[in-house]
Design a protein around this ligand. Structure first.
Ligand code: SF4
Length: 182
């Protein structure tokens, strides 16, 4: 497959009036159209597949244990948030082009005590363990991986947005719904 370069603000595949995901007044917004176009870029997919393979390898070194299967994906109940970058969302979309309905403050991929987006789940899902033994390595690893992600954003020309996973999912679902019903 030939390499394609992601071009922000391009409307070659998606309507230019697709909703904008407004994240943080300190950051640029990004349109859902840009996220979808990035998700179709072979260079983006290959780079993120390699990034997660390396991330998983770095985590496995620590042999972490998951004791609360799926509880941390129930954000309100667990009392934390999952932040992701727009490049991660683009890769997620490459495997889940029609995101599921979002209800409550629970990741829609969390059910039956399992993650149903496992191959395309964000970095935070991979690194986070509530096991106290993970506290010594997950912070430094997160910082290092985020720095690498920033470099990838620049290399792939994908605008860097770091925002709540549920905010992204709601915007993607709203766009998919309007697309499916139009
Ligand atoms: S993508 Fe998977 S691991 Fe991440 S919050 Fe959703 S269900 Fe949990």
């Amino acid at each position: 497959m030939g390499m394609t370069t992601f071009v922000p603000n391009s409307d070659r595949n998606e309507p230019a009036d697709a909703p904008v995901v407004a994240m943080n007044s300190d950051l640029n917004d990004i349109s859902v159209a840009d996220l979808i176009n990035a998700s179709r870029c072979a260079e983006v997919i290959d780079a993120m597949r390699d990034f997660y393979a390396e991330t998983d390898r770095l985590i496995a070194v620590h042999q972490p244990q998951c004791a609360n299967r799926g509880l941390c994906c129930r954000f309100g109940e667990f009392g934390h948030r999952l932040y992701v970058t727009s490049l991660e969302v683009a890769y997620y979309l490459s495997g889940h082009p029609v995101p599921p309905v979002v209800e409550d403050d629970i990741c829609p991929h969390a059910y039956d005590a399992a993650c149903h987006a496992r191959d395309h789940r964000p970095m935070g899902c991979r690194i986070f363990y509530c096991d106290p033994a993970a506290a010594s390595w997950q912070g430094p690893l997160t910082e290092e991986r985020l720095a690498t992600l920033r470099t990838l954003h620049e290399k792939l020309n994908v605008p860097y947005i770091y925002a709540d996973w549920m905010t992204f999912l709601k915007a993607l679902r709203a766009h998919a719904t309007s697309y499916l019903t139009s």
